[in-house]
Design a binder for this molecule. Sequence first.
Ligand code: BMX
Ligand code: ZN
Length: 291
Amino acid sequence: MSTLAIDIGGTKIAIGLVENDTIVERRQFPTPLVQDVTAFAQTIIDHANEWLAASKRIGVSTTGLVTEQGISAINPDTLAFPAPFPLAQALESMTGLPVAMLNDAQAAAWYEYTNISSSARNMAFITVSTGVGGGIIIDGKLHSGASGLAGHVGHFSIDPHGPQCGCGQVGCVEAIASGTAIKRRSDELFNPVISNIELFELAEMNPQAEEIITASAEAIATLCCNLKATLDLDVIVLGGGVGLAHGYLQRVQRCILQRPNAFQVPIVAAKGDYDACLLGAAFQFNKEGSR
Ligand code: BMX
Ligand code: ZN
């Protein structure tokens, strides 16, 4: 059965035609303004137009808190949904196809869990991208909580003197470690400004660039150890543009190894690579998974 998969991130939207858990067609485009839900849905449909006839259903994974009423922002700096943004309803009425929707990292967590090559029962997926998102699997089940908020681990406040987060707290992991936070610090240091990809390349010979990336990796390591202490996880899966950048996972691993044994947790790269959230968008229809 063909599924039109849509992954809405703070920076880009990826869409794909997914058959048997494989992406057979894929494209991406910058995330448009989130104001008018019909216009937003129309932009997505326009990009997916030639795949619609083949699609039997639509799976969406999106940044933000997903409820029956729509999508809302926990951190409007990541994507400022005018809450609640009824995108599933709009897509359903405009295409006539059934639509299912989950938070992006929750969707990826479920996909990654059913594809992990171990007997893990308790797992977290963490994406380090525009924001820092998370999805939690407890005893083999996706745990989204009564309001859908569970897994928003980017908003663990870990430093009372840290930077302000768009969610209203101070010192959130997201405000320290996300691609947005990295870019903000990098822009303060480098003139002319450089991209995060250039920052990672520069880090090999520039200690200031390395320091910015290490601060991010340290915050993610703290998050991993906090999650281990809270949920006794078997493994953590890392994804996202920053999470999968060259050498980032190794930096997080090195920081974790400096913590007490009890809080150490294995960390692996997402099987779905940069498309873990897109695959998760389609995979949410497999409620029982394959394990
Ligand atoms: C934010 C939050 C999460 C999301 C995470 C990663 C919003 C709009 N988003 O913490 O719901 O999972 O960012 O999002 O509040 P991404 O856009 O970086 O993939
Ligand atoms: Zn926050």
